[in-house]
Design a binder for this molecule. Structure first.
Ligand SMILES: NC(=O)c1ccc[n+]([C@@H]2O[C@H](COP(=O)([O-])OP(=O)(O)OC[C@H]3O[C@@H](n4cnc5c(N)ncnc54)[C@H](O)[C@@H]3O)[C@@H](O)[C@H]2O)c1
Length: 268
C-alpha cells in the first residue's frame, strides 16, 4: 500500500523541477495525479512517464495567473478522478531583471508576481476546499521560499509574495482544520532544478554552497519528498506549518564564518 494510496492530487507547475518531482513521488506512492502546467506538452509527457511506470496521471494546460483556468483544473481533476484530496500549489515566478529594490522595482512586475505567486494559492485553495470538505478532508501544500523569511537587496516582490504564502498557509489551516483539511507549505532554499543548473554559473552555485550547513546542493526530490510527507496521513497532526528545506543555508549568522575566515587569515 502506497503512502498516499486512494488520494487524488492536483499539482500546479508540475511539468518540471520541484512540481515534477512531487507529481512523480505522489504517483509512485499511489495517488492519482493531475499535472497542470503552462507547458502542456511537458505536463502530458510527465503524465505519460508516470503511466509507463504503472502510476495514474493526466497532464493538462493550466495558467495559474488566471482564475478561470485554476477553476477548470480543479473541476477537471474532480470530473476525471472523482474527488480532489491533495492540492499542491507550486507555481511561482521570479525575475531578477525587473524585481528590484523598492525604489526601482517595475510595478507591473510586482502585480504579476503577487498574482502568480500568492493569488494562485488563494484561488487554488478556494476552488479545492469545497471538494475536500465533501471528501471528509484533504491536504493543501504551498511552495513558499526561504526568500519569504529574509530581507534582501533585490527581489522585493518575490520575497513579499512568498512571505504572504507563508501566512496565507496559516489562515487556510486555521479556517478549515475543522473540516479535516490541513494546509502546510514548504520553503526551499536553492534547489538545483534543471533550470537553476542552466541559469546559474558554477561560481554562483559555489556562493550558495559556501553557506549551506550540509555541503551539497538541494535537489528537486528534497522538496518532492517533503510534499509527499505533508500530503500523506503521516502528517495528519501537522498544519499551518512551513517546513524549511534549505540545507541549513539560512540557519546561521553568516558573519560568523566570514569572521572566522578573517581571523584565520591573520595567522598566516
Ligand atoms: N528552484 C529553486 O531554487 C526554488 C527555491 C525557492 C522556491 N522555489 C519555488 O518552487 C516553485 C517551483 O520552482 P522550480 O524551480 O521547480 O521552477 P521550474 O521553472 O523548474 O518549474 C516551474 C513550472 O511552472 C510552470 N509555470 C510557470 N508559470 C506558470 C503559470 N502561470 N501557470 C502554470 N504553470 C506555470 C512552468 O512551465 C514550469 O513547468 C516556485 O514556486 C518557486 O518560486 C524554487
Amino acid at each position: 500500500m502506497g503512502r498516499v494510496e486512494g488520494k487524488v492530487a492536483l499539482v500546479t507547475g508540475g511539468a518540471s523541477g520541484i512540481g515534477l518531482s512531487a507529481a512523480n513521488l505522489l504517483a509512485k506512492e499511489g495517488a492519482k495525479v493531475v499535472i497542470g502546467d503552462f507547458n502542456v506538452e511537458g505536463a502530458k509527457e510527465a503524465a505519460a512517464n508516470i503511466k509507463a511506470n504503472g502510476g495514474e496521471a493526466t497532464g493538462i494546460f493550466l495558467d495559474a495567473s488566471k482564475e478561470e483556468s485554476i477553476k477548470e483544473a480543479v473541476d477537471f481533476t474532480v470530473n476525471t478522478y472523482g474527488t480532489l484530496t491533495v492540492l499542491y500549489n507550486n507555481v511561482g515566478l521570479t525575475n531578477l531583471q525587473k524585481d528590484l529594490d523598492v525604489v526601482n522595482i517595475d510595478l507591473d512586475e510586482w502585480d504579476r508576481l503577487m498574482n502568480v505567486n500568492t493569488k494562485s494559492v488563494l484561488l487554488g485553495s478556494r476552488y479545492a476546499i469545497p471538494h475536500m470538505q465533501k471528501a471528509g478532508g484533504g491536504s493543501i501544500i504551498n511552495t513558499a521560499s526561504m526568500a519569504g523569511f529574509a530581507g534582501d537587496t533585490l527581489r522585493s516582490a518575490y520575497g513579499a509574495s512568498k512571505a504572504a504564502v507563508v501566512n496565507l498557509t496559516k489562515y487556510i489551516a486555521a479556517q478549515y482544520g475543522k473540516d479535516n483539511i490541513r494546509c502546510n507549505a514548504v520553503a526551499p532554499g536553492l534547489i538545483m532544478t534543471p533550470a537553476a543548473e542552466k541559469n546559474l554559473p558554477p561560481a554562483v552555485q559555489d556562493i550558495f554552497l559556501k553557506y549551506n550547513a550540509v555541503k551539497h546542493h538541494g535537489k528537486a526530490d528534497d522538496i518532492g519528498n517533503t510534499v509527499l510527507f505533508l500530503a500523506s496521513d503521516e502528517a495528519g497532526f501537522i498544519t499551518g506549518q512551513t517546513i524549511k528545506v534549505d540545507g541549513g543555508h539560512y540557519m546561521t549568522n553568516p558573519s560568523i564564518s566570514d569572521f572566522k575566515e578573517y581571523m584565520a587569515s591573520l595567522q598566516k
